[in-house]
Design a protein around this ligand. Sequence first.
Ligand code: NAD
Length: 374
Amino acid sequence: MKIAVLKEAPGETRCAAVPETVKKFTALGAEVFIEKGAGEGASIADDEFEAAGARIGERSEILEKAGIVLAISGPDPKTLKGATSGAFLVGALEPIRRRDEIEAYAAAGLEALAMEWVPRVTRAQSMDILSSQSNLAGYKAVVDAASTYGRAFPMMMTAAGTVSPAKVFVMGVGVAGLQAIATAKRLGAQVSATDVRSATREQIQSLGAKPIFVENVAGIQGEGAGGYATEMSQEYQKAQAELVSSHIAKQDIVVTTALIPGKPAPRLISDSQLATMRRGSVVIDLAAEAGGNVEGTVNGESIVRHGVTIIGASNLARTLAADASALFARNLYNFLFAFWSTEEGKPVLPDDDEIVKAIRLTIGGKVVSERLAA
Ligand code: NAD
């Protein structure tokens, strides 16, 4: 089995393989071919890949007769000529946004597998690219906010007087939010957090932060469907807005991470609420790509409104390219290894497997994903 690892398009720093996963694939009997310079953004030199057992080549060389193509972001279908008919294309393929490209993968005879659609079941945890990348993003959000903030995070008692601790408020306590809480605590901030799912209350407390919850209208009981939130009622949104208004004026840093699958990000902070914050405060909006949780957020940019910096954070995992690549590459390996048949020397994906059903977009020249059809 020949596995091809693509060099990503400009702007994407991560790489879909690292020397460790090259060794693991080689141990399974596969041959790994890395496109020249694919590891550059993640600080991995071609010769490190070679030392791990990979071969380096131009795209046309690495794709020739490849049975598996690994990528971080979905590649341009026109650049994938040479792979075998039925070859797997595995990565974060963004099926909803890139519908035309998915059709083109089908037409090219590729079996496209969208890793962001791995279901949240226990056996798939080690394959979950959303979790591995969100965790890093939650950490980096706090580090970026701290570096922008013109004051210190921890309380310091010095001969010249006392520095007060920063007050950090995390809105949305999924994978990124939990890591943001943990990071802000490590830096010595006073941390509070909120979510619509009641199961997060205990998680917030276990990290030593203060839960701030809407009490008079019921939120989502327990984890919510598949761990995900849904859109909240108008009554809940109104109660949440009142809660935020009373809390936010006392905060120095706000990290927002709230997402609802398949929907624009919920609006959690209005411009008038922002105006109540102290000058020099920092709001970092991790939902910027999905429309933002904060009124006025610009995706990928830092702007100042009412003296408050709003960072429209876009794909922060890319700014930790080495770690993000290592985790992403392991997610890909774990997926392929889980289905690897030693007799056939390649992965075999059963049609009735819940992971396969969830992530398979195309096979046999057709788009077959039920989610895409819906
Ligand atoms: P996400 O990125 O979809 O959303 C981030 C958070 O925003 C969620 O906690 C969500 O409840 C919250 N949110 C949505 N709307 C909100 C609103 N209006 N106000 C406040 N908060 C709002 O979530 P995620 O990080 O992908 O994780 C969601 C859950 O799934 C977590 O509990 C996580 O532990 C769980 N999970 C389970 C597995 C598994 O394999 N079992 C894997 C990954 C994550």
